[in-house]
Design a protein around this ligand. Sequence first.
Ligand code: NAP
Length: 490
Amino acid sequence: MIRLAMAAHTPVAAGLWIDGRSVSARSGQSAPVLNPATGEILARVAQAGPEDVDAAVAAARRSWERGDWRRATVAERARVLLRLAERIREEAEELAALESRNVGKPIAEARGEVEMGAACFQYYAGLIPAFGGRTVPLSAPGTGLTFREPVGVCGLIVPWNFPFAITTWKVSPALALGNSVVVKPASATPLSALRLAELAAEAGLPPGVLNVVPGPGGAAGSALARHPDVRKISFTGSTEVGSEVMRTAAGDVKRVSLELGGKSASLIFADADLEKAGASVSGSFGNAGQDCCARSRVLVERPVYEEVVERFVARVQALRVGDPQNAATEIGSLISPSHRDKVDGWVRRGVAEGATLCTGGRPLAGDPFDRGSFYAPAVFRDVTPGMAIAQEEIFGPVVSLLPFDTEEEAIRLANGTIYGLSGSLWTRDVGRALRVVRAIETGVISVNTSWSVHLEMPFGGVKRSGVGRELGPSALDHYSEWKSVFIADS
Ligand code: NAP
């Protein structure tokens, strides 16, 4: 349905996905979903309210009680997940185009994210045969056994910046273990999650195991976080909303994992290969900086500060901003005019606080920019650590370059925000690399690269960047419970 409409460039009416089929919202309400790069209406999507969330949770609960997924053998579950990975790859080009058009992101980035989504299902299909409990030696006369059991109905709340990838990060470990799920995509970007649900049904997932309820966060998301039959909430989004979700979910003591905001730093030491460190630009401006891992602060050792600023600005000025459907484009549109204005507001504040804007920092005009929310990538220098642009998550193409004099100062600056999600450091000194990675308060850090997300390793943050980890084997812990069994000898 969504595929045909996308191919024809005709807006489609899309429903909620509940119990294995597309349905209208109980209220009959729907909302337009736009291509932020062109303003084109891609679809009108049904808007779930609390009563639709009730229906989705009830469908998930029925599937859980029926047990055809939860009690399926690991081989059967792995077969469906592998078939789903295959279906995603078969439809990869269409899914990437859909994601690129719905988020305004470059098609090259969207292709990588779709492949990561397929690989995620494949990865967890491969892990589950080895995931289980064990026998436990006891001091009591008898046998101790542990089981790893699925949690039940899980509510998965997803943001708009990587809608397909983040949906798969949550759905794949949850389904692999036999849980039933209700996904609440971001209002701006529900299409790839709805398409995933169609593909999952084609791959053989029983009805009700995967439900998708697009709708306003304050209504649909909040109803999911509050629902008494939801046992776990996995939320990715802003720190502010994440903290509210945590409070809501505390009402009936749900399990909660949160992947939240960031203000990550890239630390460039004077001994680094500065040519290579130039790649830190991609770590700052990927997805137009609308990336929780964006290295929005670049900390540079003073002897090379001027040289790095010069190289960095030159690289940023060479970034190709434009039509997301063009394979050469590196920066597409921001998600909406209001988000672009918010980003611009941060830039104006940086200027007012006395930072020097070296390049960019304004909405782009002319063709094709006038139809979307394009923004010239901005680089600030002469930023001091207390300035708002050095502390707050801007979530756009805006970077601050700050100098430091010693390793201790670099660590202090890197740790000097409320966040702790990601980061990079650039040095040729292995001893320093090990000292600094240990000293930085963060969930993820990379050395001599900006690449920080690997599906085989835990991903998530410390401090106000979140609680819990996605990806890697440890994600399975978040979607399972331990059960301890004691069998007496006599
Ligand atoms: P957001 O405003 O916090 O929204 C995230 C999701 O929560 C959306 O689906 C939203 O629905 C929903 N929501 C809103 N209010 C809610 C409520 N009261 N109860 C339950 N759900 C609610 O975040 P965003 O603007 O979409 O995404 C940007 C943020 O996500 C940034 O802060 C970024 O750093 C963070 N992020 C973190 C990670 C990570 O892994 N740590 C990854 C990606 C993004 P609506 O769309 O309908 O408002």
